[in-house]
Ligand binder design. Structure first.
Ligand code: DGJ
Length: 695
């Protein structure tokens, strides 16, 4: 419920309250466990320290228009020809209610030129989550924006402030990091034009004592797939403010009369239940409010690691026949089906079917796959181009480039300037042709394999808008394709997990979290991923991943499957060389996965034990109705004399009675949760899946 009383805005959610002041510069009074927000007036008053700090409440500003004074990072800073400051006055507010959501909009108006800022709070009371954003509407003089943030939030005073966040790199994404705030600013960001592999736009903040099961955690995710920034500022007065939005780096945006711009949404939330509750809340929230649809994820086969660029009708048919025999539901061909794309050196951008590889067109393979009872999916990378392609030869000026230098080539490719209408049209046209002529394509893997560089179209006035325009156009293309082809599901991939955020996930059904498909490495990557993103989003393939870099990684198939069954199971191995026995083994695991996938994809996830703290890795999933439970356990190397680890389930009804598969006796939930289960793990890279049903 949202109310406004005695100059206080009070947002009451299921378990939490969020309270801030009204006025021209609203500031955060309280955010945390539920209380009587309307009583907090006694905390509101002028806070000043000296002529150096005349207004300490500005350290807790909810948004922050730069009006000539603001000692912290501000959310909006503009330039008019005659002045560089804003004079925003609070006008009014509205509250709108719809199913599961209330929206509070505060309106501010600039005093000297009609410019309206709508500071928006989309409140999801069931989830204790608020989506924060700002919309700027210009009806006056042309204004140049040089700093545009989504929101700021203040954290109540704590003894310590620990920021937990994800960082990594290609093939090593989503690793968990902790940073303790000292006085000053700490920033995680991307300046590579994409969400990026180095940091993910998400954080969890606590007092250093939260764990999986308990503790106050304030968390946030920015929904933006371009240059972004999340800054944590701890002042010398112990105020802590978190601010997120589009990066200040090389950014400016001109807003003319009649134009408007809306920031990305920064989703923030609070829980008393530690990191585990944070993740479960986010997973359920994403499934309900972010992802385009709720659909049971299909088991897919992807031929990339089996055939690389050598995608040919005949060999793909062979793979398809075997995949169908195993129970695969969706057969996806990857890079290499088009143009003269025989390696990563040529052909990217030439979106016609390669007739040497597909003499009778794609239709033949699609029909074959459909007759085998599977759906068909395809890979594309529309934003990029190889210099050795017809597209580039015909339109060298369609790529980002500075006039005085050749653009940087990485993976032998350049990036197309999406803000050019002809480029957007080209992408929409070829995708529409591909999906329109082949109505049986029901899955698209959209890849993007290069960091954005040389972001210029030769106009120093408007070039700084290009970073933003790239992302905006990308979202427009995805939205348009989804509306033209509602039966098609999309996967976001960027050389693995470089484009995973709540912005693209409004259009994507799932993502490819990493090119690292080693089942052991994946445990850490998947754990980090699970902090902020739902298992339904996370594709995980079982592959050969044994000698990719010339070394051998021995992982039994059981271990590989269990690791991949913790999200959206896929197969990426070269199944053409498999024996009948191995094919049968794969078929067995796939059948097992289909039995548990509803529990895994949409259930409540509990990280029972992490490799970061123990040799045992264990993750549990409880189906939404609480009737079906799955636990995956992993151990890497067992010494002869090691003590066999036990696993302790969570989230069961203490007085409910449960049947553990393979055990004779039925046990109460409290027994299972308190006494635990023997894992029976031993040897190298052992794993075990437990199935428990409520009786
Ligand atoms: C990077 C992706 O992450 C891989 O899965 C694969 O699609 C290649 N690109 C293809 O070039």
């Amino acid at each position: 419920m949202i109310s406004y009383e005695k100059n206080l805005f009070i947002i009451e959610m299921k378990h939490s309250s969020y309270v801030f002041t009204g006025g021209d510069t609203p500031w955060g009074v309280y955010w945390g466990e539920k209380l009587y927000g309307e009583e907090l007036g006694y905390l509101v008053g002028k806070r000043e320290h000296s002529s150096f700090d005349p207004d300490l409440n500005r350290h807790r500003e909810e948004y922050g228009f730069w009006d000539s004074y603001n000692p912290l990072e501000s959310c909006l800073k503009v330039n008019y020809p005659a002045t560089r400051q804003l004079d925003m006055k609070f006008q009014d507010y509205t509250v709108q209610t719809e199913e599961g959501k209330e929206t509070l909009t505060l309106r501010f108006r600039n005093s000297y030129s009609p410019l309206t800022a709508e500071v928006i709070y989309e409140v999801y009371p069931e989830f204790d989550i608020i989506g924060r954003s700002m919309r700027l509407v210009n009806e006056g003089d042309t204004v140049v924006i040089e700093n545009l943030k989504s929101a700021a939030v203040s954290i109540p005073h704590q003894d310590k402030y620990r920021v937990r966040y994800l960082s990594g790199r290609w093939t090593g994404e989503s690793h968990i990091n902790d940073h303790y705030l000292t006085n000053g600013a700490f920033t995680i960001q991307s300046r590579t034009g994409n969400t990026g592999p180095h940091f993910n736009p998400a954080f969890a903040l606590d007092n250093g004592k939260a764990d999986e099961k308990s503790g106050n955690v304030w968390f946030g995710l920015l929904g933006y797939s371009g240059n972004w920034q999340i800054t944590f500022e701890r002042t010398t007065f112990q105020d802590v403010r978190v601010l997120g939005g589009i990066s200040n780096f090389d950014f400016s945006y001109t807003l003319k009369a009649g134009e408007s711009i809306r920031t990305p949404v920064m989703t923030v939330g609070f829980t008393t239940g530690g990191y585990g509750a944070m993740s479960r809340t986010l997973h359920a929230f994403e499934n309900r409010h972010i992802l385009p649809a709720r659909k049971t994820g299909r088991v897919l086969y992807n031929s990339w690691e089996a055939t690389l660029f050598d995608v040919r009708a005949e060999s793909q048919k062979e793979l398809a026949k075997r995949a169908a025999g195993m129970g695969v539901e969706l057969f996806v061909i990857d890079d290499g089906w088009f143009g003269q794309r025989h390696s990563d050196k040529a052909g990217l951008g030439d979106w016609y079917v390669n007739r040497d590889k597909f003499p009778r067109g794609l239709g033949e393979l699609i029909t074959y796959v459909k007759e085998l009872g599977m759906d068909f999916g395809i890979w594309v990378e529309p934003e990029s181009v190889n210099p050795d392609s017809d597209l580039y030869r015909n339109h060298p000026n369609w790529v980002y480039r500075f006039e005085n230098r050749e653009p940087l080539e990485a993976r032998n490719q350049y990036t197309l300037n999406l803000s050019k209408p002809e480029v957007k049209q080209l992408i929409l046209d070829f995708m529409t042709k591909l999906l329109g002529e082949n109505r049986d394509i029901t899955f698209v893997k959209w890849d993007m394999n290069k960091t954005l560089t040389d972001v210029s179209a030769g106009n120093t006035e408007t070039d700084k808008e290009l970073w933003y325009r790239h992302v905006k156009t990308l979202y427009e293309i995805w939205a348009e394709l989804r509306s033209r082809f509602p039966h098609v599901e999309f996967e976001t991939c960027s050389g693995g997990g470089s484009r995973v955020d709540l912005g693209i996930l409004r259009y994507a059904d799932q993502c490819w979290p990493s090119d690292n498909t080693d089942a052991y490495s994946r445990l850490a990557i998947q754990e980090g991923f699970s902090y902020f993103y739902a298992p339904r989003i996370m594709t995980a393939w079982v592959t050969d991943a044994s000698d990719g870099d010339g070394r051998k990684y021995e992982r039994p198939y059981s271990y590989r499957f269990h690791s991949s069954m913790m999200g959206m199971l896929g197969i990426g191995a070269d199944i053409s060389r498999f024996s009948e026995e191995t094919l049968e083994e794969f078929a067995g695991y796939i059948a097992e996965y289909k039995e548990i996938r509803e529990t895994v994809q949409y259930g409540q996830q509990y990280r029972l034990s992490s490799l970061r703290e123990s040799p045992l890795h264990a993750v549990e999933y409880v189906r939404e109705d609480g009737e079906d439970i799955v636990i995956f356990t992993f151990h890497q190397g067992f010494c002869h004399d090691a003590v066999e680890p036990r696993v302790y389930p969570e989230g069961l009804e203490p007085d409910g009675v449960y049947q553990v598969e393979g055990m004779e006796e039925k046990l109460h939930g409290s027994t299972l949760m308190k006494a635990g289960l023997e894992t029976g793990l031993g040897g190298d890279f052992d794993s075990r899946m437990f199935r428990i049903r409520r009786v």
